[in-house]
Design a protein around this ligand. Structure first.
Ligand SMILES: Nc1ncnc2c1ncn2[C@@H]1O[C@H](COP(=O)(O)OP(=O)(O)OP(=O)(O)O)[C@@H](O)[C@H]1O
Length: 206
């Protein structure tokens, strides 16, 4: 069983507190929505939770079968899809999937061909990712995050650049692939997180 525990976690940039005294626990099967106005600190909290940047005080723990994991070893447990994360544009879709799955195991041994079908990108297998539309890139980012065999998935603004059909697709994908893992969603759009049973509003932690 995999868990994340936060005890009084706090983050400050210079003199500005982004969040203070945040305590929560997430276990496999839990989904958390992080909401708050623009600039309230949603992406900062996500970066702290994923180990990309340190917190200022308090504690964030990843726990596997009751044992704490050193933050240097967190990366294999997680995937992130976020607007500020760039895809390597020179790779074709086929090459990018091959590259990505050198580092992460595919969920349920799904093949690259099946992933491409699920992403509705079959006609674009040999196209460089740099030539993808913004919606195609967004589906690809979500696919890389959700189709990796990790217990922890972070999605920041998951439906940005998606059209109506893409939003329906996102909702179907998360309902299928959030089972038995921890899903953390940074968002201000209820349609992106209404299924989450836990929700925090960053303004409550200033
Ligand atoms: N590296 C940094 N150094 C200093 N301040 C930063 C840094 N990164 C973010 N901030 C500040 O932290 C605050 C929160 O930013 P963050 O991007 O986490 O907000 P957000 O809730 O994700 O915003 P949005 O909804 O607009 O995406 C902002 O005031 C921002 O300027």
């Amino acid at each position: 069983m995999f868990k994340i525990q936060l005890e009084e976690a706090s983050k400050r940039f210079q003199y500005e507190w982004i969040f203070k005294n945040l305590s929560l626990e997430l276990s496999q099967g839990n989904s958390l929505a992080i909401t708050g106005s623009n600039g309230s600190g949603k992406s900062t909290l996500l970066k702290c939770l994923s180990g990309a940047i340190p917190i200022t005080s308090g504690k964030i723990d990843y726990i596997l079968d009751e044992k704490s994991i050193s933050d240097a070893d967190w990366f294999p447990f997680l995937t992130i899809s976020a607007p500020y994360m760039e895809l390597p544009e020179e790779f074709t879709l086929e090459e990018l999937l091959k590259f990505h799955f050198k580092f992460k195991k595919p969920l349920n041994n799904i093949s690259p061909r099946e992933i491409i079908e699920q992403l509705y990108l079959t006609q674009h297998t040999s196209k460089p990712v740099g030539q993808f539309s913004s919606g195609m890139k967004q589906r690809l980012k979500l696919g890389l995050a959700l189709f990796s065999d990790v217990p922890l998935v972070f999605l920041d603004e998951p439906t940005s650049n998606l059209d109506r059909k893409g939003i329906d697709w996102y909702q179907e994908m998360v309902s299928l692939y959030r089972k038995n893992r921890i899903l953390v969603i940074c968002s201000n759009e209820p349609r992106e997180y209404e299924f989450c049973e836990q929700k925090i509003v960053l303004e409550d932690f200033k």
